[in-house]
Design a protein around this ligand. Structure first.
Ligand SMILES: Cc1cc2nc3c(=O)[nH]c(=O)nc-3n(C[C@H](O)[C@H](O)[C@H](O)COP(=O)(O)OP(=O)(O)OC[C@H]3O[C@@H](n4cnc5c(N)ncnc54)[C@H](O)[C@@H]3O)c2cc1C
Ligand code: SF4
Length: 808
């Protein structure tokens, strides 16, 4: 029977969660196609605040990597917006002229930041706070300018303001109302919050209505209704969101404040559904993930023909993701004549609790400064427990709900992860039946902690309680990934001991929970096998991360970059001519000098890759790989009057020797011919500095997010000594680091002294270099291989579905 064609518009949190549910229930029921306007796979939008605040990276917030779509046979078109729905013809049309038919259509287009319709709102430097692009823009502006204004003192506004403070900006928060977060906090809690945020450096302008944004092309300030003005180089509008429903409306689907749906997420058009922030259910448009995930579950059941209870609406609870602020709020927060409330205000400890009671049931909660009881109280609120028999003390009793006795006393149906609706009972069951030993495993198995992450400490406590005595031992180890309880070291030891030679065999013998593995363990196992069986192991290209698989970096618009090798940053007129000719012939949109002293061609079309590689006839610079990237050099003694050593020739020798070597993470090197250090050797994984009569070798430097100056490993006399020491160091790192562990983190973990002791022994150095040389023998130039091999071209550069989609 032909599969039904299921199309989804929107590749965000609610939509993709719905797809996950569908795939769980009926993996083969549909041919699935997803369109996403943003050029990214599904990421955790909730974590944008932490991203802006510098506490996480983009890679860390990706929830469904590109491989996930591929593995589940989903046609994904990212960076491509759907512009029209033809209900009668059951088709959608995209901005790129594509037409796709559907049997069932899910609209999951989320919402946009609401931008105040005031003069100047279209100026450069004005943004909402909704997606990666907004964050990138704020980060960019913060590098150049100093003064930021955030309009809106609600949840998003305050999280954005905290992020901008972290980016070094002066931040004014402008709020229309007299109290911050007035929909979640009563005046007492709001004033406590304001005081705390002021102490963190935020400046508040309350009861101000912005009427104009000032400036020429770029924003320069704000004018308020009372005539006053402030200066600003960046304006973030965080005053609310508006559902993305215009397309649904023009196609004839009934909309109000959102796309109107019934209790099964069905819109007014047959076979068309809406889920997430774009949907209006019983006159409510939700803006938090917990209800949206509930909607997704009901819709998935409905589409798969599984009996399901209707979605009847949700009660939501919120917190604020700003460090130093502990806050929880749910339900109604202000009293009226029919409510009574219990309040505790401890000004010494900065704690405030308010429980609103209506008709003997908790109808609202405000907790500030101590939110330990939020889970218990929220359960009482959602379950509508009768509290008439309880005293105010027992309702508000400040128990350490994370303590051992309280975990034991927690009922099984108590909600632990509010975002994903995961109860204590289901966590305990998963731990017991699946043999889970880490919080990450519990997360990937049950979804608990997979969204805002606030419940992770509680998940850890439940884990400790459930595992009892065995927990301490388990705590010591971080498993390779959610597919196994074994650590990296245990897996490597088992591979060696049992002589396991393929990824499949490892997964079978070591009883992997997921027989196909996941995107975390497959590339790691491929690396460990290559490291252990240095000359025999046949690389499993399909297990590599996508850029390595393609030998090119996918750019955010789906095109690629081509960065040829330029050993030691040295080039020739002939190579420059070739690059220029290729750039012209293939209409390459951007030719750019990279930070690693090479020339990059950016915006290359996938089908042009083999042709470009052929005509360049230069080796790959591996700008995409977990391997040696570049060796940056200064001009050194050959030309510079300060130079004491020949940095260029050493740099070229290092790069020629170690290029293509698989390493746990990328490795960068630098060689400077004197301590003036023009090649920035102090922030490289291996940095060499020329001194009178020799070379200093610095290690574990890092110029990226985790800035770290290199440590002096040793001083040596000759260029050959540098080669020997660098080889031994690299091989020791290869053999002992976890996959995706940079040298900076690895050295901090194992200790400089330990590595110095290992490498001080001549025999050990020699043995390490022998293993390294053996490994290096097996590598072949990948671009050349692709040009020569039609099978590779067909598989990776012509037919790979996902890549086709990214390209188009
Ligand atoms: C900074 C920030 C912090 C947050 N913090 C929390 C929190 O702490 N707790 C919480 O529960 N929630 C939080 N949220 C809200 C939460 O992220 C949203 O509720 C959730 O992402 C909504 O999911 P969705 O799928 O409906 O919409 P989205 O995640 O916005 O996904 C919709 C996607 O559809 C795409 N799209 C739109 N139109 C089209 C089109 N025509 N064609 C193709 N694609 C289209 C959009 O580009 C977008 O990628 C936060 C949100 C932000 C921005
Ligand atoms: S590091 Fe020293 S030798 Fe090299 S270019 Fe700079 S000043 Fe000259």
């Amino acid at each position: 029977m032909d599969k039904k064609k299921l199309v989804m518009i929107g590749n965000g949190m609610a939509g993709v969660r719905t797809m996950e549910e569908i795939i769980k229930i009926a993996p083969d029921a549909f041919d699935i196609t997803i369109f996403g306007k943003e050029p990214h796979p599904n990421y955790n939008r909730i974590k944008l605040s932490t991203l802006l605040q510098g506490d996480t990276t983009f890679d860390d917030i990706i929830m469904n990597p590109l491989d996930w779509y591929e593995k589940n046979n989903i046609q994904l078109y990212i960076g491509e917006a759907v512009t029209k729905i033809d209900i009668a013809e059951k088709s959608i049309f995209t901005e790129k002229g594509r037409r796709v038919e559907f049997d069932e259509l899910i609209i999951a287009t989320g919402s946009d930041s609401f931008i105040l319709p005031i003069p100047g709102a279209d100026k450069e430097g004005v943004t909402g706070f909704r997606d990666i692009q907004d964050c990138e823009m704020m980060i960019k502006v913060a590098k150049k300018y100093k003064k930021a204004a955030v309009i809106g003192g609600g949840l998003l506004g305050l999280e954005a303001a905290r992020g901008l403070l972290n980016l070094g900006m002066d931040v004014d928060v402008i709020h229309l109302m007299p109290d911050l977060m007035e929909r979640q906090l009563d005046p007492i809690a709001a004033s406590m919050l304001k005081k705390e945020l002021e102490s963190q450096g935020m400046n508040f302008l309350m009861e101000k209505q912005t009427v104009e944004i000032l400036g020429d092309d770029h924003v320069m300030g704000l004018r308020f209704k009372d005539g006053s003005e402030i200066e600003a180089d960046l304006v973030v509008m965080a005053i609310g969101i508006s559902a993305n429903m215009a397309m649904a409306k023009t196609s004839g689907i009934y909309v109000n404040r959102g796309i109107v749906v019934n209790d099964f997420m069905e819109t007014s058009a047959a076979n068309v559904y809406a889920v997430g922030e774009c949907a209006e259910h019983r006159e409510i448009v939700y803006g938090l993930v917990a209800p949206l995930y509930e909607q997704g579950k009901v819709l998935a059941n409905r589409l798969c023909g599984k009996e399901t209870a209707p979605y009847e609406g949700s009660v939501t609870g919120t917190g604020l993701k700003v460090s130093g602020v502990d806050l929880f709020s749910a339900g109604e927060i202000l009293d009226d004549s029919a409510t009574k409330s219990i309040k505790v205000h401890n000004e010494f400890d900065g704690v405030y609790k308010k429980i609103v009671i209506r008709e003997n049931r908790i109808s609202g909660i405000v907790l500030y400064g101590d939110t330990k009881d939020s889970t218990k109280l929220f359960r009482m609120l959602t379950k509508r427990e009768d509290v008439s028999g309880m005293t105010s003390v027992s309702i508000l009793q400040s128990v350490d709900s994370g303590g051992e006795e309280n975990i034991a006393a927690m009922p099984d149906d108590e909600l632990v992860c509010g975002c994903n609706g995961v109860t204590k009972g289901s966590i305990v069951e998963a731990i017991r039946t699946q043999g889970l030993t880490s919080v990450d495993q519990v997360s990937s198995c049950t979804n608990a902690g997979r969204s805002c992450g606030r419940c992770k400490p509680m998940v850890g406590k439940i884990l400790a309680h459930t595992l009892g005595n065995s927990f301490n031992a388990a705590l010591q180890k971080t498993s390779l990934c959610g597919c196994t309880t074994l650590t990296r070291d245990e897996v490597v030891a088992e591979i060696k001991e049992k002589g396991l030679t393929s990824i499949k065999e490892i997964m079978n013998v070591l009883e992997w929970k997921n027989e196909e593995g996941c995107t975390k363990c497959r590339p790691a196992l491929n690396y460990y096998l290559g490291m252990i069986y240095m000359d025999e192991y046949k690389d499993d290209r399909d297990s590599r991360l996508v850029n390595e698989k393609m030998h090119a970096n996918i750019q955010k618009d789906g095109t690629y970059s081509v960065v040829p090798r330029m050993y030691g940053g040295v080039t020739t007129a002939e190579d420059l001519k070739k690059i220029a000719e290729v750039a012209e012939k293939y209409d390459v949109p951007l030719v750019k000098l990279t930070g690693g002293q090479r020339i990059g061609l950016f915006g290359v079309k996938k089908e042009d890759l083999p042709g470009i590689w052929d005509e360049l006839d230069m080796p790959s610079g591996y700008a995409y790989g977990k391997t040696l990237r570049t060796v940056k050099t200064c001009v050194g003694a050959q030309f510079c009057r300060y130079g004491t050593q020949d940095s260029m020739s050493l740099g070229i020798e290092l790069e020629k020797k170690f290029e293509r070597l698989d390493t746990p993470h990328k490795v960068k090197m630098g060689v400077s011919a004197c301590p003036r250090n023009c090649a920035e050797s102090g922030i490289k994984d291996i940095g060499v500095v020329g001194i009178d009569g020799g070379w200093e070798i610095y290690v574990a430097g890092n110029g990226g997010v985790d800035l770290r100056a290199g440590d002096l490993l040793c001083t040596v006399k000759t260029q050959d000594d540098v080669m020997e020491m660098a080889g031994a160091y690299l091989q020791y790192y290869r053999e002992t680091a976890s996959y995706l562990e940079r040298t900076s983190k690895w050295l901090d973990r194992v200790g400089l002294k330990h590595v110095q002791e290992i490498l001080a022994d001549k025999q050990t150095r020699k043995a390490l270099n022998v293993r390294l040389d053996k490994t290096l023998e097996k590598y072949i130039e990948p671009w050349n291989e692709a040009i020569q091999n039609e099978q590779i071209q067909d598989k990776y550069y012509k037919t790979l579905k996902l890549v086709d989609m990214l390209k188009n």
